[in-house]
Write a protein that binds this ligand. Structure first.
Ligand code: XMP
Length: 517
């Protein structure tokens, strides 16, 4: 059964995915569509509510995104946010002007409890503002429902037409009652029933997968990352042994990680699990190579050569499955759905890779294609996938290959795996793991002089990296307490052979990247 649908119409703002995620957190299924989506398509989707996002433009700018007036006559409730709010006013005959004083940051508003949008919200509350234009005159039939010191129309509405608008951003956590405002919109204004639940998603998806797959086979490339693991869990529940997972272990994973993935999927799930161990092949292809881009390229090429060969060996008379998730398909800002209809393109970490022409499956299956990452994790937990896999931090496709600078050798992999394991263990024990988005050890291929007992040493330097970030586009180095750093340093130099010095990377992104190569 299809869920009731809320549409987020994307005008290019930076928080657009966040709006959709917040709506889903309210138990309402939500999709992001390009603002250019034709009205016929919108009508055919019969959404029970529409949200206009923010955007970086000014409505008076001819090149900025506009909307056809007819959308306001569909009888579908609409909430305009920031640029979306100005666009609603402008399109319906109101006036938008530049602010004398732009509002940016946390601002106090006074709202009217008579508005459905502001029900159960105190008269005065803090919201997140970010605008240089404002609505100076409302369209006919609208009335103001909130104001701030510098913004006379911080929110306005025409309840008869079910049109609502807020100048601020309810989707960001800095807006104290933002979640309640979105909740009020979807439940009190639109009348959603709240039928988006992860238990139902699993049940419905399993039923759909069984119907789609029938008695055919399915092959999934399992990387040990969150998405492919959860896709494997779902497919296993749906078709058991009809599923074959191919796990290519290039020997560049973290310590014991390959064994952990194998154990999880062979012991806890019903499927055929194929592990291809090809460390030697990778090491010989990487011998003598020091250039970071060339290393990445070789690792990628070798990976696919092994993977496609295994696929050919297994046969392609069934389906090909992959762990594509919703954000992989959204081309942010433009609202287009990248990859739509392009079943021959497969998702690999950051990249899309084309399937060789000789490999042709009956079809592609992407059971997570409509889910956000936090929803994928919720599904993973419900399927019984171990915590460490469900909450696994991002790990680059080329694995430790981008964390060993210079030539990659077996000896260096071993040093880095041991060092990384010690660092992770210490972070876990210190109770700060949840505050870090990613943390790992790097082997910069630098040797320094040290002293151990009475002996001079000349051994490896280990760099440790720990970051906090919202989206990995920018990141800050984590302020790990000194005593934790001290324990890490102590353990690394004592427990890991060939390590005699430790440094902490205090570079933010930009100018640095998260990875060193
Ligand atoms: P950078 O180094 O670009 O990293 O600041 C941002 C995030 O992306 C991860 N990363 C990768 N992930 N394949 C991946 O799947 C890759 O080739 C790759 N390179 C970087 C990185 O770990 C961080 O989370």
């Amino acid at each position: 059964m299809a869920n009731q649908l809320c549409i987020v119409l994307d005008f290019g703002g930076q928080y657009n995915q966040l709006i959709a995620r917040r709506v889903r957190e309210c138990g309402v299924y939500c999709e992001i569509k390009n603002y250019k989506t034709p009205i016929e398509e919108i009508k055919a989707l019969s959404p029970a509510g529409i949200i206009f996002t923010g955007g970086p433009n000014s409505v008076y700018d001819e090149s900025s995104p506009h909307i056809y007036k007819e959308i306001f006559d569909l009888g579908i409730p609409i909430l305009g946010i920031c640029y979306g709010c100005q666009l609603m006013a402008y399109t319906l005959g109101g006036t938008v002007e530049s602010c004398e004083k732009s509002e940016y940051g946390k601002i106090e508003i006074t709202s009217s409890s008579n508005s459905l949008l502001f029900s159960d919200i105190p008269e005065k509350s803090i919201v997140w503002m970010s605008h240089t234009d404002f609505v100076s005159q409302l369209p006919e039939g609208f009335n103001v429902t909130a104001r701030s010191a510098d913004c006379p129309c911080a929110a306005f509405e025409c309840p008869d037409k079910k049109l609502y608008a807020v100048q601020f951003h309810p989707e960001v956590t800095h807006s104290e009652f933002g979640k309640q405002i979105l909740h009020n919109f979807v439940y009190k204004v639109c009348g959603f029933t709240g039928d988006w639940k992860m238990d139902d998603f699993i049940e419905n998806t399993v039923t759909d997968l069984r119907r789609q797959i029938g008695d055919k086979k399915v092959i999934l490339g399992l990387s040990g990352g969150v998405d492919s693991s959860v896709a494997a869990g779902l497919l296993s529940r749906a078709v058991g042994k009809q599923l074959t997972c191919v796990f290519v272990d290039q020997g560049l994973m973290r310590k014991d990680e390959g064994d952990f993935v194998e154990e999880t999927f062979t012991k806890l799930f019903d499927m055929n699990f194929i592990r291809v161990n090809c460390k030697e092949k990778f090491l010989s292809a990487l011998k003598g190579v020091t250039d970071p881009e060339q290393k990445r390229k070789i690792i990628g090429t070798e990976f696919y050569s092994v993977f496609w060969d295994k696929i050919r060996e297994q046969g392609t008379d069934g389906f090909f499955a992959q762990g594509t998730i919703y954000p992989d398909r959204i081309e942010s800002g433009k609202g287009n759905e990248a990859g739509k209809g392009s079943t021959a393109v497969i998702k690999t970490h950051h990249n899309m890779v084309e399937m060789p022409a000789d490999i042709q499956f009956a079809g592609t299956i992407e059971p997570l294609k409509d889910l956000f990452k936090d929803e994928v994790r919720a599904v993973g937990e419900k399927l019984g996938i171990p915590h460490d896999l469900v909450w696994r931090q991002p790990f680059p496709g080329p694995g430790l290959g981008v964390r060993i600078l210079g030539e990659i050798t077996e000896e260096k992999i071993k040093v880095l795996q041991e060092a990384d394991a010690v660092f992770r263990d210490e972070i876990r024990k210190s109770g700060i793991e949840d505050q870090l988005k990613q943390f790992f050890a790097v082997l910069p291929d630098v040797r320094t002089v040290g002293v151990m007992g009475d002996h001079r040493t000349y051994d490896h330097l280990i760099a440790i990296r720990a970051i906090t970030t919202d989206d990995f586009m920018t990141a800050d180095w984590a302020r790990i307490p000194y005593d934790v750093l001290a324990r890490v340093s102590n353990r690394l130099t004592n427990e890991v052979e060939h390590v005699n010095r430790v440094v902490y990377d205090i570079t933010s992104k930009p100018p640095g990247t998260v990875e060193w190569e």
